[in-house]
Design a protein around this ligand. Sequence first.
Ligand code: AMP
Ligand code: ZN
Length: 495
Amino acid sequence: MPTIRLHNSKTRRKEVFEPLKRNDVRIYVCGPTVYDRAHLGNARPVVVFDTLYRLLRHVYGADHVTYVRNFTDVDDKINATALARRQAGASGTLEELIAQRTEETIGWYHADMDALGALRPTHEPRATAYIGPMVAMIQSLIDKGHAYAREGHVLFRVRSYAAYGALSGRSVDDMIAGARVEVAPFKEDPMDFVLWKPSDAETPGWESPWGRGRPGWHIECSAMSYELLGPSFDIHGGGIDLQFPHHENEIAQSCCAHPQAGFATVWMHNEMLQVEGKKMSKSLGNFFTVRDLLDQGVPGEVIRFVFLGTHYGKPMDWTAEKAAGAAGVLRRWRDLAAEYDISPAEPYAEVVAALSNDLNTSKAITFLHKQYNELRQRRNAAFHFHMSEGKLGDLSRNSEEVDRFVSSAKLLGLLEEGLSDWWLDGADTPTDGLIAWVESMLLARAEAKVSRDYAKADEIRARLANMGIMVSDGKDGQSWVVDYSNPNLGNWSKN
Ligand code: AMP
Ligand code: ZN
């Protein structure tokens, strides 16, 4: 069994992963608030933790991993969208409008994440189905002196939990000095956070010992992970933006409610996604959803491939050139695999080892590039041999090596059968964008040569070569081939 090492945000070290129970590896990932389409950044944790899920299933067995990812379906943004619909004349009670909105959004989320090749988690609990366990956990925190009720609110008493701040490495006093904490008359301390809050007639609410109200966001994950995974489990994941305060608050709630248990052993955080070097934001005009990209003809598999090119612990940049490069590579891989009858096989040990080393997905992909190149050359040699012998029909449709290549790609969630057959349809992919870009570089190089600027011409050639585009000069002008073993392939814009 390969040794898995994971970077634990809690200890700030890469550690050997040792599950609490080998026959039931348990992982919880904070899921989306379902009020709108998922944007491209929201897809990053989905792909990252799906890849981890696939690795764990491979190593421990598919039936021995439980993956929980929640839907936050009670939230003020959801209420606002429902209110807006009612004001626009939609019929139905507010509760019905909220339910419609969350149903619809969950449907979109599933369709979009399925398109990225993400497996559905074992459980996808909705917060509204766990109000009872949340109320029970809040009551037990009050009973233990870790929470207090005031004016229809229940607040967590942050000073009652000495380890508060350990995950993000901050002290409570630094947090107060640095943060914009909400000061409210019903708070004992500005750091205290809401476990329960009162609802008015315009807001969904549930009866509770503290009056009609609704839960705070943080308690949802504590209650749902407890119900579905127990008080101690193996891995808790989410984006780095959730580390403080959300994850810090989850730890405080869960560890105070279940002081004998350890809550999550390993904490994993993915870094943020940017677009063309800038933070994604509506005002910069670079904000888009996964569906926007799919509708533009960027296949989900291509999005996934681009994501896997950057380690989850580093900020990643989405660029159109990367998408173009990824589409080109995946098309080659798909074309090769399509020539063979594929049978299940063991993935390459090198790919399993790369993933086991804190999900080194880019190393796994680099290895597959190299492997592809070899398989392609072998296939071409065999093809020429059979051609020259005039027995093309004898070309073997079976290759254990190709089987291993495909099953290695599948471990990364690539080359899955369920994904669309986009690569068969030549015209509509961003590869054309890549070709246009290379052609424009070659034009610039030709112009440089005409004006005898050979230094510039050489520089353009070197820049292209660095990215796996090999240019040669012949009597008919410039021609180029793609070097698929180049690890920078798919990274056009970075170079
Ligand atoms: P939210 O619905 O905003 O709670 O976000 C759902 C998930 O998406 C969380 O795990 C966030 O950390 C993650 N997320 C949000 N924005 C980004 C981004 N730009 N890059 C990567 N992950 C993100
Ligand atoms: Zn959470």
